[in-house]
Write a protein that binds this ligand. Structure first.
Ligand code: ADP
Ligand code: ADP
Length: 229
C-alpha cells in the first residue's frame, strides 16, 4: 500500500453530466514528487482539491499514511488531513511579517516553538535574513518560497501546489523549478504539483501523471515517457 492512496475517485459537480474526474486510481510513495499534467479542464485542480478536502468525491476513497481521510461515510476536514497547501497567488498576509506569515499555520504550538520552527523553515528556503520584512518587500520568487515555508512549517504529510510556476516569467520560472525541487527534497516531503506545462512536469517530478478529460492517461517517470501529452 502506498503512502497516499486515491481509490477509484469519481467527481460529478452538481448540474453537470460529465464527471470532472472519473475512476481515478493513484498510489504515491512517501517522499515522492508527483505532477498532475494536462490541459485546462482535465480535472487536475479538482483532484488536488479533493485531496485537500475542499471538494468531496462523489465516489471513492482517499487514504494518507494508512488513515482513511475520505470514504462514503466519513470526511476528515481539511485542517485535520496533515496537508500543506501552496496557492498560485501565494496568499501571504500583507500586514504580517514573513516570520508571522510562516508562524500562522502553527496555532497549536507555543510561541517559542512557533518562532523556532518558522526560523528553521525560513532557513530551509534561504530566507532567514528576511524574517522581519513584509511580503511586498520581497520578489515573486521569494514570496513563493515563503508560501512554501509556511506550508512546510507544520511538517505536513504532503504539500499540494496548484500551478506554482505559471505566474512567473521565463527566467524566474526555470530558477523556481530548481529551487522548489531542492526545497522539497531537503524537507523530505511528499508533494503533488498541478501544472499544464510539460517542461514544469519533466523538470520537477519523480513521476508524471498525465490526465485528459478526468481520466489518467499515463503515469511514468519523465525519462520513461515515450509520448508527449
Ligand atoms: P484543470 O485543473 O485540469 O484545469 P478542473 O479540475 O478545474 O480542471 O476542472 C475539471 C472539470 O470540472 C472542468 O470541466 C471544469 O469546468 C469542471 N469544474 C471544476 N470546478 C467546477 C465547479 N465548481 N462546478 C462545476 N464544474 C466544475
Ligand atoms: P484552474 O485555473 O486552477 O484550473 P479554473 O479557472 O478551472 O481553475 O477554476 C477556478 C475556480 O472556478 C475553481 O474554484 C473551480 O472549482 C471553479 N470552476 C471551474 N469551472 C467551473 C464551472 N464550470 N462551474 C463552476 N465553477 C467552476
Amino acid at each position: 500500500m502506498s503512502f497516499i492512496e486515491l481509490k477509484n475517485i469519481t467527481k460529478y459537480f452538481a448540474g453537470t453530466s460529465n464527471p470532472a474526474v472519473h475512476s481515478l486510481n493513484l498510489g504515491i510513495d512517501k517522499g515522492e514528487i508527483i505532477t498532475l499534467l494536462g490541459p485546462s479542464g482535465c480535472g487536475k485542480t479538482t483532484t488536488l482539491r479533493m485531496i485537500a478536502g475542499f471538494e468531496h468525491p462523489t465516489d471513492g476513497a482517499i487514504e494518507i499514511d494508512g488513515k482513511q481521510i475520505f470514504n462514503k461515510t466519513h470526511a476528515l476536514p481539511p485542517e485535520k488531513r496533515g496537508i500543506g497547501m501552496v496557492f498560485q497567488d501565494y496568499a501571504l498576509f500583507p500586514h504580517m511579517t514573513i516570520l508571522k506569515n510562516v508562524m500562522f499555520g502553527l496555532n497549536k504550538w507555543s510561541v517559542r516553538e512557533k518562532k523556532q520552527r518558522a526560523k528553521e523553515v525560513l532557513e530551509l528556503v534561504g530566507l532567514e535574513d528576511f524574517a522581519n520584512r513584509y511580503p511586498t518587500q520581497l520578489s515573486g520568487g521569494q514570496q513563493q518560497r515563503v508560501a512554501l515555508a509556511r506550508a512546510l512549517a507544520p511538517k505536513p504529510h504532503v504539500v499540494l501546489m496548484d500551478e506554482p510556476f505559471s505566474n512567473l516569467d521565463a527566467g524566474l520560472r526555470e530558477k523556481m523549478r530548481f529551487d522548489v525541487t531542492n526545497i522539497l527534497r531537503k524537507a523530505n516531503t511528499t508533494a503533488i504539483i498541478v501544472t499544464h506545462d510539460q517542461k514544469d512536469a519533466f523538470a520537477v517530478s519523480d513521476r508524471v501523471v498525465v490526465m485528459k478529460d478526468g481520466v489518467i492517461q499515463q503515469i511514468a517517470a519523465p525519462k520513461e515517457m515515450y509520448r508527449c501529452p
